[in-house]
Design a protein around this ligand. Structure first.
Ligand SMILES: [Zn+2]
Length: 161
């Protein structure tokens, strides 16, 4: 992994592998600074499927390739316990709640999918509020969107693209 971290581990999750905590984390604590290579949207057709599937939007024109990052293993949940925050030049994974050691870290992918991203997936996260079809932030139900924006879980730059 490109990040140095001694309290994260990658292990078996509900669907494939996931990112798990090895210590308790407090509400609003930064868990990880996402690292990787940055690339422009225009060169996307030349990239591998793996890179495209594991990239995080950084701004209107640039994505962050997370294939060598812990965040590659960050699964989606319709009831996430963390979210992505852009602070200064960096993207961070931040705890939405107190999270206990042994728990899997999840984000809601819709919070980092911009209006011009056509990426979609089917979800079977197993949560009671599972939306089953996951798309960009405009596909969020009104009440969820309000909850997420109230808690600043959708980065400003995603809403502005
Ligand atoms: Zn779900």
């Amino acid at each position: 992994m490109v990040e140095k971290n001694n309290f994260l581990e990658i292990t078996k999750a509900r669907n494939g592998q996931g990112l798990f905590l090895k210590k308790d984390i407090n509400l609003n604590q930064k868990i990880l600074r996402l690292e990787g290579d940055y690339f422009e949207v225009e060169i996307e057709p030349t990239l591998s499927e793996e890179v495209i599937a594991n990239s995080v939007r950084y701004n209107k024109d640039i994505y962050l390739d997370t294939t060598k990052s812990y965040s590659k293993y960050l699964n989606h949940s319709c009831m996430p316990n963390s979210y992505i925050l852009k602070e200064g030049e960096h993207l961070f994974l931040v705890a939405l709640d107190k999270i206990n050691s042994g728990e899997e870290l999840t984000i809601d992918y819709s919070t980092i999918i911009a209006l011009d991203d056509f990426w979609k997936m089917d979800c079977n996260c197993g949560e009671i509020n599972c939306r089953h079809k996951i798309g960009n932030w405009t596909t969020l139900p009104k009440d969820i969107f309000k909850k997420y924006t109230d808690r600043r879980m959708i980065p400003e730059y995603i809403l502005e693209i």
